[in-house]
Design a protein around this ligand. Structure first.
Ligand code: UDP
Length: 382
């Protein structure tokens, strides 16, 4: 088998590059995946109750990037879907991102109006303010509100989710869920909010279905490909093509500079004999329980089932080989450690690192796709 490109990992980064190389460069691609399925952490499947579940946690597609939508639309039709999240605070479920409706749900009318007026006096309507920015307010009402939101919504959730003190975490993490200066209860404000009408796995199947693409599932790349000094050997022969690696970069280099920290999650699915469990797709539990959130999949993918499936997410340490790495843990120390791997990777010709794990980036799906499309552009120029 003659291979021009070897791609490790069949998540979005790997699948986009495989598809582009196969169709645009007419080159042969071998995709290696250690799991028994394609799609990486976006993988979904129908369960015993005929409900489409996201095996690695809820994946809600949203983007402002038309290029990404146009690209994916070659492989799927869409179903409109706007994600809504509530947070369980003081016994009530209030809208998240925290907005005027959340304020009114938690404070008496007079106090709520004062806080809303103050927000409008300081920020423009419909803007998004990171909680850590709001916490720097000098106005006493805004400072009170910021501390309240931080304590009730962010502090404990963030500690639970990441397993470290929130102060150590890069500010971009909590900025993903800003305070909203308005009444929009949607989790995202992006122009495009939609999900593949037959699910993500189906989308990946269509992307990878090409005669130039060979897929090997259940395969550890180290069983077929070895790195000796700066040269890759595939099936014991020197590999002259390019290797695109989308897995954990520390694992690729045998943890040469130490293990990078990733966060994992234990996913506990329950199928219940009732038509509906909760009145939103996701309810966050910042201050109660050891799980962070409960997601009910019927709200995402409609189903006629008399049962319903929910998912509780329990964040945990990533233990190499034991559980799945989901998130890079963005601290200063970890970023410096990653940089050592990045610099080292540059010394290996024909190696390209792509994606959330390999580039140690908190990419959303649209970011991962855009990033892979950009990598393809560079590769095409070479
Ligand atoms: N976050 C929080 N409370 C919430 C929701 C989010 O503290 O109710 C913080 C938390 O640190 C989380 C981050 O915001 O990790 C990003 O949340 P997002 O929903 O984007 O996380 P993901 O869906 O990627 O796990």
């Amino acid at each position: 088998m003659s291979i021009d490109y070897l791609i490790i990992g069949a998540g979005f980064s790997g699948a986009v590059l495989a598809e582009r190389i196969a169709t645009q460069l007419n080159k042969k691609v071998l995709v290696i995946e250690r799991r028994k399925h394609i799609g990486g952490n976006c993988y979904d499947e129908k369960n015993e109750a005929n409900i489409l579940i996201h095996k690695y946690g809820p994946h809600l597609f949203h983007t402002n990037n038309k290029k990404v939508i146009d690209y994916l639309s070659q492989f799927t039709k869409w179903q409109p879907y706007e994600h809504k999240v509530l947070a369980h605070i003081n016994g009530d479920n209030i809208p998240i991102p925290f907005n005027f409706n959340s304020i009114e749900a938690l404070f008496d009318t007079h106090k709520a109006q004062t806080l809303i007026n103050k927000l409008l006096a300081h920020y423009s309507k419909n803007s998004k303010i990171p909680i850590l920015t709001l916490k720097k307010s000098v106005d006493s009402d805004l400072k009170f509100l910021a501390d309240y939101i931080y304590d009730k919504v962010f502090r404990n959730y963030t500690a639970k989710q990441w397993g470290i003190h929130p102060d150590k975490l890069d500010t971009s993490v909590t900025a993903r869920v800003p305070v909203f200066i308005g009444r929009d209860n949607r989790y995202f404000n992006d122009t495009y909010q939609q999900i593949p009408n037959k699910g993500y796995t189906h989308l990946f199947k269509t992307m990878l279905n090409h005669p130039n693409i060979t897929l090997m599932l259940n395969t550890e790349y180290k069983d077929i490909c070895k790195l000796k000094k700066d040269t890759f050997y595939l099936f014991n022969k020197k590999f002259e093509g390019k290797l695109i690696y989308t897995g954990q970069v520390d694992e690729l280099f045998d943890f040469k500079f130490g293990k990078l920290s990733y966060r994992s999650t234990y996913m506990e699915f329950e199928t219940l004999n009732q038509k509906q469990y909760q009145n939103a797709t996701t309810i966050n539990y910042p201050n109660d329980y050891t799980f962070t959130r409960i997601t009910e999949f019927k709200h995402i993918h409609l189903s006629q089932s008399n049962q319903t499936t929910i998912l509780k997410e329990y964040p945990q340490m990533h233990i190499q080989g034991k559980n799945t790495p989901y998130y890079p843990i963005f601290t200063e120390k970890n970023k410096i450690q990653y940089n050592q791997y990045k610099i080292y990777a540059k010394t290996i010709p024909n190696l390209i690192l792509v994606g959330r794990l390999a580039e140690y980036q908190y990419f959303d799906m649209d970011d991962a796709i855009e990033n892979a499309l950009e990598k393809f552009k560079q590769l095409r120029k070479e």
